[in-house]
Design a protein around this ligand. Sequence first.
Ligand SMILES: Nc1ncnc2c1ncn2[C@@H]1O[C@H](COP(=O)(O)OP(=O)(O)OP(=O)(O)O)[C@@H](O)[C@H]1O
Length: 251
Amino acid sequence: MSDPRPALKLDQAVFARDDWSVTLDLELMPGEWLALIGPSGAGKSTLMDMVAGFLPLTSGSISIAEEDVSGKGPSERPLSIVFQDNNLFPHLTVFQNVALGIAPNRRVAPHERGRIENILDTVGLGGKGGRKPHELSGGERQRAALARAFLRRQPLLLLDEPFASLGPALRRDMMKTLRQLRSEFTETPLTILMVTHHPEDARSYADRVAFLDQGRIAHVGPVENMLGEAAPEDVRRYLGSQDHSRRLDAI
Ligand SMILES: Nc1ncnc2c1ncn2[C@@H]1O[C@H](COP(=O)(O)OP(=O)(O)OP(=O)(O)O)[C@@H](O)[C@H]1O
């Protein structure tokens, strides 16, 4: 982290509806991986939509690599996004979907085909590039979405619970694939903002954790401070309720 300029900065960024609002201050440094946790309805997806440009700010600003992007649309922001689902175009093949990462007009230069084949191999989709999304499993579709996101080579990656609909073993595999892509397919330090309901994913992969509650970032700090013995009381309560619901899941 030699570059002192924030990769992402939310400065009193407000999004308000009639009866509900979020007010957010947050800074991520280049190459940092931040996990965003918090109760249902806290505003995690709202934060992601504000950064992505899907929701207009009511006031405040959002900067990416010190450029104010508050007035820019989603396609003008230097970032990639992977959601829980609906990441792929159903009428395009897997290869074409992934190729959109480098060729939005769908014209792939011959020398770039190799890069696409290579990343398809890395995510375990070698030989499946000719299939349509409905001919893949849910996990495979998310692998294709990750491949496309990494091919785009944007400095900021937003992950909004991308593996939430997958079983635990598959989710762990996907997290490993994500780490592998990050080490093999990024030239500049990739900054990751990841919403997760799984504290263990934050523990294994993130550098810092932010706890969002009722539209505000209540706490942010290194993983060991946020998820360990000395975690703030409200974070501990939240983590306790997560453990409880997981025990119920297992019954
Ligand atoms: N399209 C919408 N119109 C009106 N209110 C909405 C809309 N989407 C979300 N909300 C409300 O905004 C608040 C924040 O929702 P958000 O989806 O950001 O929470 P979240 O922390 O991502 O929750 P979860 O963990 O359940 O996904 C909630 O009170 C929700 O009911």
